[in-house]
Design a protein around this ligand. Structure first.
Ligand code: ATP
Ligand code: MG
Length: 352
């Protein structure tokens, strides 16, 4: 029995998660596995019901599951709530409480969607990138403060990593690269930052255990440039929390739509899967949302949490086929498109 905690959240969250469940149900049917779903509330939905964006009831549901599938959180209704209680805070607490330190964001360009990319066709040939971002350390969690120095208001944020934190995320990147093109690019700012120098030192050591993987290094400013100039250069990008945040948004844009990209956040035991986009309140409840990012997040769940690579590929191929055959959602083609539910039905049909 594979236990999945399902957190639909706000905005388009419930509709896209319902689509993902249809796909998972079809996988159960064709592969004879048993998924057991349990449902929890998160974000604004949890605030309305429990007065807390990540209530202990939800935490208990997640912790008793093998994996968590999440829609999205947030919306105008909760915009005026004080910062500690906002829907987005629930998401940070969820990630922290599950101990998910490795954020994986694959970015690939479907042949059939080349025209949706802002990059020229010759730049996006063969693009298939996996960003491996450290998620539980660095500047997001270091000391910060605002002080007065020499009469001037002065603020600081500290970037801090220890060897262990770097080693565990580096191992993840190397393991992932073994399933891909066996290439890891460490993106850092080692010409300026001591923390980056430590990353290089530790990553080089980890690399000794992976002789078949080619390792190289790139400064983050150059990486930002190469992502739009020569994205096919990259296979696995390994990087810290803040550089990963910025580069993964940049990378997401070259694929053409935010509605297509899934993510996995992994820890020692737990996996959290969610689309990279937000709750899109502007299109919520209109059957316009693209459910494919969430459906592809299910594929990542099967691959990483349940070691069901074969079934993961079935989902990915079904999505690819649907796009290949010309079906589009509103975000991909606002003139000629299928609704959220209808495109899901096309995906489900192709799962055999
Ligand atoms: P967050 O802060 O939660 O990341 P955001 O304000 O950055 O949210 P999104 O909710 O991701 O933004 O929405 C940005 C834009 O992309 C919106 O116009 C939204 O309608 C569109 N969008 C996001 N996700 C989808 C989707 N799955 N399908 C279609 N359009 C989407
Ligand atoms: Mg956003």
């Amino acid at each position: 029995m594979k236990k999945i905690a399902i957190l639909k959240g706000d905005g388009i969250g419930p509709e896209i998660i319902d689509c993902a469940i249809e796909v998972m149900d079809k996988i159960q049917e064709v592969s004879k596995v048993d998924f057991e779903y349990s449902y929890g509330k998160i974000g604004g939905d949890a605030i309305d019901n429990f007065g807390d964006p990540y209530p202990k009831e939800t935490e208990a549901i997640c912790k008793s599951a093998n994996a968590v599938l999440l829609g999205a959180v947030g919306g105008e209704k909760w915009d005026n709530i004080e910062s500690e209680k906002r829907p987005e805070k629930g998401l940070l607490r969820l990630r922290k409480s599950l101990g998910v330190f490795a954020n994986l964001r694959p970015c690939k360009i479907y042949d059939s969607l080349k025209d949706n990319s802002p990059l020229k066709p010759e730049y996006i040939k063969d693009v298939d990138i996996l960003i491996v971002r450290e998620l539980m350390g660095g500047i997001y969690f270091g000391n910060r403060g605002t002080v007065v120095e020499k009469g001037l208001k002065t603020a600081f944020d500290e970037e801090r990593y220890n060897e262990e934190e770097i080693e565990r995320i580096a191992r993840y990147a190397f393991e992932m690269s073994l399933l891909r093109k066996q290439k890891v690019t460490l993106v850092d700012k080692a010409n300026v930052m001591d923390s980056s120098k430590l990353w290089r030192e530790v990553v080089k050591k980890v690399a000794e255990g992976y002789k078949e993987v080619a390792l190289d290094f790139m400064y983050v400013d150059n990486a930002a440039m190469q992502l739009v100039r020569n994205p096919a250069y990259f296979d696995c990008i390994l990087t810290n929390n803040i550089f990963g945040d910025i580069l993964s948004d940049e990378a997401s844009q070259i694929s053409g739509s935010i509605g297509l990209l899934p993510s996995a956040s992994l820890g020692e035991k737990m996996g959290l899967y969610e689309p990279i986009h937000g709750s899109a309140p502007d299109i919520a409840g209109k059957n316009l949302a693209n459910p494919l990012a969430t459906i592809l997040s299910c594929a990542l769940m099967l691959r990483y949490s349940f070691k069901m690579d074969y079934e993961a590929k079935i989902i990915e191929r079904a999505v690819e086929d649907v796009l290949e055959e010309g079906f589009r959602t509103f975000d991909l083609d606002s003139k000629n498109y299928l609704g959220t539910r209808e495109i899901t039905r096309e995906v489900v049909k192709r799962i055999k």
